[in-house]
Design a protein around this ligand. Structure first.
Ligand code: SAM
Length: 393
């Protein structure tokens, strides 16, 4: 049996526990670290990880780690690695270097030396990917405290780019964050899920795929396809593996008609359009939030406007108060998971929400607040009288 590969699944900050759980479900023994989860396994596990992980952004195969303080040493080490058993002829290749607190501080020079070492080993010059090349190999060189780690990226595109969201509308949520929010919410297949601010539909689409047992990477090319270790028969066997489907109700709404068109088209591409009911309108007209037809149990999983652009957070106060009151009206069988930028604003829902994770989205800090739909304290008169004000993001 070939020795197990040293693998690392990278993720957005704060998602490590969810990613570790996903890897455990694939049979790996995960070790959560800052920025991702280390694990080991064979190419079959790597193919499964590329297909099934919903909260990872990259999969890395670690080739080597060694102390290094000079560029010449970097090139020599690179020359001695078994590149020909990894690189496929004709597949272009690029090297990315990062360095921190190390004697080698010039990332361009580090990348160049590694490229030279690989070319010397292969006995030919290497072609860098052209703009429209979809299949290419990326070698990551990471220098930290004079220690160098060299890894391959096991996929060509980041894993959060699922391939269904061609129209992202105004402020689309990254698919991996939406996936983590659904996992953090406590929603389980079989339960109802409502997203009244669905935008491009990312949250209900990720959840509906989980309910149907569909892998997040189903629309993407397989991991490893750009490397020599890719075996089409092994991939075919992994692709045939199934998870059970559990019928679940999904209601998604937005007051923006363009968003509704986009989210339907995204859901269609994702293969889950039939599982989701759509409602175009403000939350004040959302049927379940009006007490019409809502199941006894479920979870509101949503990403309301953050209030970063047009209005300051204060302008969104009535919207968050209305949301809290409406969610509470769903009854004790419901829970809520709200992704917020301004935690204090989110607290004004009056719901007993606790931080489940904090992450980054488009350069801003976001916190997932999760809890029961029943308010802890009685609402103040100003909260209970809050109208269904319509505000925009
Ligand atoms: C931050 S975006 C949601 C992004 C979404 N999660 C995605 O992945 O595309 C917030 C959405 O709330 C919608 N919105 C704003 N005010 C609303 C209201 N009063 N009722 C319903 N939708 C509203 C906006 O049209 C926008 O699409």
């Amino acid at each position: 049996m070939p020795p197990a590969l040293a693998l690392f699944a990278a993720c957005q900050p704060g998602l490590e526990p969810f990613l570790a759980e996903e890897l455990r479900a694939l049979g790996a023994t995960p070790q959560a670290q800052r920025g991702g989860v280390a694990f080991s396994g064979d190419t079959k596990l790597l193919l499964r990880a590329g297909l099934w992980l919903g909260t990872a952004s990259h999969l890395l195969i670690r080739l080597t780690r060694f102390p290094c303080r000079a560029l010449g040493e970097l090139e020599r080490k690179a020359r001695d690695l078994p590149w020909s058993s990894w690189l496929r002829p004709h597949v272009p290749m690029e090297v990315h270097a990062t360095t921190r607190n190390s004697r080698i501080y010039h990332t361009g020079a580090a990348a160049e030396r590694i490229t030279n070492g690989i070319a010397a080993h292969m006995g030919r010059s290497l072609r860098a990917p052209a703009k429209d090349d979809e299949v290419f190999a990326t070698v990551h060189v990471r220098l930290r405290d004079d220690e160098c780690t060299i890894s391959f990226d096991a996929t060509c595109d980041p894993l959060h780019r699922r391939g269904y969201r061609l129209d992202g509308r105004k402020a689309p949520l990254r698919e991996d964050l939406a996936h983590a929010l659904v996992l953090a919410s406590g929603w389980r297949p079989g339960q109802a899920l409502l997203d009244p601010f669905c935008g491009s539909g990312t949250i209900p689409i990720e959840a509906a795929a989980l309910a149907q047992g569909l892998p997040p990477g189903r629309l993407r090319a397989p991991a490893l396809q750009h490397l020599a270790v890719f075996e089409p028969e092994e991939w075919e066997a992994v692709r045939q593996e199934r998870r059970p489907a559990t019928p679940s109700q999904f209601l998604a709404g937005d007051r923006d008609s363009g968003a509704m068109v986009a989210s339907r088209a995204n859901a269609e591409r994702a293969g889950v359009a039939d599982a989701i009911t759509w409602h175009e309108g403000a939350i004040s007209t959302q049927p379940w939030l009006q007490g019409s037809g809502a199941p006894a149990e479920g979870v509101v999983v949503t990403n309301p406007p953050f209030g970063l652009r047009v209005q300051k957070a204060d302008g969104l106060l009535p919207l968050y108060q209305t949301l809290g009151r409406r969610i509470e009206g769903l009854g004790a069988g419901w829970r809520a998971a709200i992704l917020a930028h301004d935690v204090r604003l989110c607290r004004r829902t009056g719901l007993p929400l606790k931080a489940a994770f904090t992450s980054k989205h488009g350069g801003i800090t976001v916190t997932a607040l999760v809890g029961s739909a029943v308010a802890v304290t009685e609402r103040s008169p100003s909260q209970s009288n809050a109208g269904d004000d319509e505000v925009d993001d």
